[in-house]
Design a protein around this ligand. Sequence first.
Ligand code: FAD
Length: 493
Amino acid sequence: QRALVWLRRDLRADDHAALAAACTQADQVWCAFVFDTPLLDPLPRRDRRVAFIHHSLTQLDAELDALGQRHGHAPGAVRLIVQHGVATEVIPALARQLRADLVCLNHDDEPDALRRDAQVREHLHAAGIVCQSFKDHVLFERSEVLTGANRPYSVFTPYKNAWLKRLRAHPEAMAPHAVAPHALALAPWPEDLGTPGIPPLAALGFEPIDDTLLRLPCGSAGARTLLADFLPRIDGYADKRDFPACKGPSYLSVHLRFGTVSIRELVREAWGRGAADNAPGPATWLSELIWRDFYHQILHHNPHVVGQAFKLEFDSVCWEEGPEADALFDAWCHGRTGYPLVDAGMRQLWQTGYMHNRLRMVVASFLTKDLGVDWRRGEAWFALHLNDFDLAANNGGWQWAASTGCDAQPWFRIFNPVTQSEKFDPQGRFIRRYVPELAKLDDRSLHAPWLAPALSLAAAGVRLGTDYPHPVVDHDAARQRTLARFGSLKPGR
Ligand code: FAD
């Protein structure tokens, strides 16, 4: 048997469902990644995600080489195949060229990916090549966790309870899919493919981004570094995770997104370190990993959420439109709303590609409830700029904040951006980092500079309207408009 493993959001060589399955079934196995032009073409030419993938593939190539050497291959013999083109054409052509009998891949449940994979499967089938697909990206997927009436869940807490019950009943779900013991099957580079190597970013049409600008540890090694840094802090996670100035969370989201770490490994760590006994830190962190599974199954069962409200009645909300709304949206995007915590969060996103979870909730609420701008515009901005952009989690997060989703924040509960700031960044340490023009303001004035005494502003060298904007909306008035906007639909209270 000859097998090709097509890697997509699973850029690692260990604990890998499709790779392990290929290595146990075939005697010759190759791994390939395609820089898929339909995905790459719409992206900006400087994109941290593409740079992250590129760095991670370089590591993966070396990891496969090392695995090959452990099984007697010469250094540099076992290599990752990287191609640039339309994946639906490249993969069937490559499988034929390798005379593969089998193509293995891991599930990707985004609607476009499902369409792409169905097309590839059809081409392979026509060529007599078997295609197998595996669960790898989440712990429990699709219809594995259902209600007693065999319906998908749309509320998180009962889903989480059922998820935990299933894990207790099936602890093997978190067992690794070990690759190393079967890596004898990894085959050397086929000479008819030309010279091995990963095309440079420039050849893919992207500008290089150097490591200091990327500020992201990449590949499996990067994920290991972040995990090793996080695990000693896991007990403090429940207390610290809401404060953006603290090193509370794991920062592993980009690695989960691209599969440079295995979800099974993270669940095992949380479970073994106390989540099984409900220890607050590990249990709270595990709960976040369960949110991730939750939103993936929501997308699987409700693909209409791409572009539409989960609860369709909310699609008749009249969002603000026109030049004034466009100007407000632009101020939000660029961290110039005059609300320091909102601006700090948006600038963190712009400068680093990451945004703290608390701030994602605050800025999403601000866009939809204070500015009255359609959540889909915010969702699209995040999709363009988040390193960890994930359709299921991003859509879930936006619909939660906009009150249009499953288990969402009720529409009449509206975050106050000033009290959020006072509560979660009390000394303004985070704000001062990202809004340096306010750095010298005293702690009290920092959260709402327009209320600061003129003397405090002068002492801090801040001229409102010149150095830093006046607030683009008045929160109390905006709140009333939002209550009216949603109230006119008469959704349940
Ligand atoms: P940790 O706190 O260390 O959490 C561990 C992991 O759990 C995360 O890496 C992530 O994979 C998962 N997770 C945590 N919170 C959530 C959540 N609420 N929903 C789903 N998974 C979660 N997360 C993304 O991965 N991609 C997105 O595109 C994304 N967009 C979001 C948009 C909005 C409006 C909101 C409110 C949240 C969004 N989230 C998204 C969820 C969350 O903000 C991030 O997962 C988290 O901030 C990533 O940081 P971390 O890895 O340090 O998280």
